[in-house]
Design a protein around this ligand. Structure first.
Ligand SMILES: NC(=O)C1=CN([C@@H]2O[C@H](COP(=O)(O)OP(=O)(O)OC[C@H]3O[C@@H](n4cnc5c(N)ncnc54)[C@H](O)[C@@H]3O)[C@@H](O)[C@H]2O)C=CC1
Ligand SMILES: O=C(CO)COP(=O)(O)O
Length: 379
């Protein structure tokens, strides 16, 4: 019997906007996953180096890029026929880049944010900026986040990430195109949690860098990471995230990677602050995007709006402003208000409330006001 020939599956045409360390690495992930990728670089000389030498010596020194990867400095060429558009520019530059891209974008294209920041001034998440500028169906928008230090992935070290969209179908379509033997993608529909996980871990990584720069050791760092996870979970849950997302790859996973690695720019910036450099000096020294520095202000404003306390992020703000000595940054286990302190002194795995937590708070309140002993950490 003659074998039926199956036609080879057409390669999905995708564009990646931004040829910095993550944009270039993601273009490699997509090309290695079998997609037909066009990478947009702002500078024509960088686009030429990527297309001709298959190198990006400014951002990914020593990495050989896939032969099939092409780059251009023309947005119209990058976007022509692209079914999926992955965006990896600094968060504060997203709006202007989207406005430039819009006339060349296919009406049905899926737009995928790879970014981990919020917009100053509006406090919007990147998917919200995409929705506001492009006015497309939310089902056309996805975000990708997780423990994804670019250089490790460019070296093809096995990594997992989360693709999130309010449409599971969209998340799955993106995950299909962005999966290969070294890059495994999981899907969810919790865009808020997935995005905030990436934004908030940067702030805790800056705090970790600061105490590292001061010379404090593992106890301090583990305390900050643990308390930081509670803090960022409280924040994200207050904005509608699922708590499980914060203990998954896009929350805890990314928090661990970013807080542990000297490859992290947020961690590095924090270390310089801890060594006594001012914010202005640090910004001058970092020649790559350091989202955490720009996110501190908007995140604290959003936290205030929901009544969420973020003592560690607040201390980072004070170090940046030069009003707190980096040596005084500590996992904030006490507060300076007269309020009952149950909310902040319970080491609770269910941030955001629950009957058990409320009962515990009542007991703590009684103890405190009835002259009993100090609250104990339950962990
Ligand atoms: N590098 C990493 O390991 C990862 C980065 N991300 C996120 O990806 C986003 C981009 O980060 P990276 O690629 O690392 O940054 P980068 O600093 O390496 O590259 C940024 C790119 O954006 C371009 N760009 C376009 N418009 C710009 C403008 N107006 N101002 C400045 N640059 C402009 C730059 O030319 C450059 O190619 C950030 O939100 C970051 O948090 C997410 C996961 C991993
Ligand atoms: O998001 C990242 C890892 O998941 C990269 O972190 P940095 O932006 O601090 O380098």
């Amino acid at each position: 019997m003659a074998k039926t020939k199956t036609a080879p599956r057409a390669r999905t045409r995708v564009a990646v906007l931004g040829a910095g360390s993550w944009g270039t690495t993601f273009a490699k992930i997509l090309a290695d996953s079998g997609a037909d990728v066009m990478l947009w670089a702002r500078r024509p000389e960088l686009a030429r180096e990527i297309s001709e030498a298959k190198r990006n010596s400014d951002y990914l020194a020593g990495i050989n890029l896939p032969i099939s990867l092409r780059a251009t400095s023309r947005l119209d060429l990058a976007l022509a026929g692209a079914e999926q558009v992955y965006v990896s520019v600094p968060s504060q530059a997203l709006r202007e880049n989207l406005a430039a891209a819009q006339p060349h974008l296919h009406a049905d294209a899926t737009v995928v944010s790879l970014m981990k920041g919020v917009e100053k001034g509006t406090g919007l998440r990147m998917s919200e900026v995409v929705a506001e500028v492009l006015r497309i169906d939310p089902a056309q928008i996805a975000v990708i986040s997780g423990p994804n230090l670019a250089l490790e992935i460019a070296k093809e070290q096995p990594t997992a990430a989360v693709v999130s969209s309010t449409s599971l179908e969209t998340a799955q379509a993106v995950a299909m195109v962005a999966s290969n033997p070294y890059f495994r993608t999981f899907v969810n529909t919790d865009v808020i949690g997935t995005e905030f996980g990436g934004v908030l871990k940067n702030l805790i990584a800056v705090a970790i860098g600061i105490v590292d720069g001061v010379g404090y050791g593992e106890n301090t760092k583990a305390s900050i990471i643990t308390r930081g996870l509670v803090e960022i979970t409280d924040f994200a849950v207050a904005y509608g995230a699922a708590p499980e997302t914060m203990s998954g790859l896009a929350g805890l996973g990314d928090l661990i990677a970013t807080c542990q690695s000297p490859l992290s720019r947020n961690n590095t910036a924090g270390r310089l602050l801890g060594q006594g450099y001012s914010e202005a000096d640090v910004v001058k020294q970092m020649n790559q995007t350091t989202e955490g520095l720009a996110s501190v202000g908007p995140i604290l404003e959003l936290a205030r709006a929901q009544g969420v306390e973020m003592p560690i992020v607040e201390q980072v703000r004070q170090v940046l402003a030069g009003t707190l000595d980096p040596r005084d940054l500590a996992p904030h286990l006490t507060t300076d208000t007269d309020e009952p302190q149950g909310e902040r002194t319970i080491d609770d795995k269910t941030p955001g409330g629950g009957p058990l937590r409320r009962a515990f708070q009542r007991a703590l309140h009684q103890l405190r006001h009835g002259g009993g002993s100090a609250p104990r950490d339950r962990s």
